[in-house]
Design a protein around this ligand. Structure first.
Ligand code: SAH
Length: 235
């Protein structure tokens, strides 16, 4: 999978993709993330990528031309499955959408800034709009990082344990059961006996029961067959 992120503040994303699982995924050749500075496609002598809104009002709006030039150039190099605009009013990101998008080969993620982007970009260039929740961020970069992380960790081989992503919250319509590690007794705080028993069947049954109980308490809507799309962020 290749993800191209278009941003007016690309440095915001440097550390995110340079560390840990996301960095390893790239070293292993399982994912490629390219963060592009939209200013490189600006024809303005000050490399501006925003302008005052028509009709007046507060805040700047990202201009059409640099975004169009960037997307045209990228599309000239390979074909893209989607051009996704990160937007508070987009489709809410949930595990199902992450699963769907993780099977794509090439994606462009467009980050807005300021007051947003010229509506014509959304009308003519964007194929999908994704929100990470019903709140407003100051830029799309964090949202693009969230989406990229959620997708990349699903690519087979990215997580150390091949089954790990499948046992995470939401994948089976349940949240994850509690996890423990050593020591088994920390100043009297105990790990549940069953996890130390070595009895795989009992452990599986306990984990399932815990996951069910937690889902009942924390995300009852998952059990009502309401699907999980965006539910976790929508509460
Ligand atoms: N005026 C816009 C908000 C602009 S916020 C409105 O009211 O809808 C600036 C940028 O941050 C947006 O262009 C978008 O790319 C990004 N952004 C803000 N909140 C977001 C969210 N919840 N999910 C995804 N992107 C978001």
């Amino acid at each position: 999978m290749r993800i191209d992120i278009l941003s007016a503040v690309p440095r915001l994303l440097d550390s995110w993709f340079g560390e840990s699982i996301l960095q390893r995924a790239q070293t292993k050749g399982l994912a490629e993330v390219h963060v592009h500075d939209l200013r490189q496609w600006s024809t303005d002598k000050h490399r501006r990528v925003d302008d005052y809104p028509y009709g007046g009002g507060a805040g700047m709006v990202m201009t059409l031309e640099p975004v169009h030039r960037a997307i045209t150039e990228l599309k000239g190099q390979r074909s893209y499955d989607e051009v996704i605009y990160m937007s508070p009013d987009g489709e809410l990101l949930g595990q199902e959408l992450a699963n769907t998008l993780s099977t794509r080969t090439n994606l462009i993620l467009l980050c807005g800034h300021y007051k947003g982007i010229d509506e014509r970009i959304r009308q003519h260039l964007v194929t999908r709009e994704v929100s990470i929740g019903n709140y407003v961020l100051s830029g799309g970069e964090l949202a693009a990082a969230v989406v990229s992380d959620a997708l990349i960790r699903l690519i087979p081989g990215v997580l150390g344990d091949a089954t790990s992503a499948l046992s995470d919250s939401f994948q089976d319509g349940l949240v994850a059961p509690p996890a423990y590690t050593r020591p088994a007794d920390y100043q009297g705080w105990q790990v549940p006996e069953v996890l130390l028993s070595g009895h795989e069947g009992k452990i599986d049954a306990w984990r399932h029961e815990q996951a069910l109980e937690r889902t009942r308490q924390r995300r009852p809507e998952l059990l009502q067959g309401g699907g999980n799309e965006g539910d976790a962020t929508d509460r």
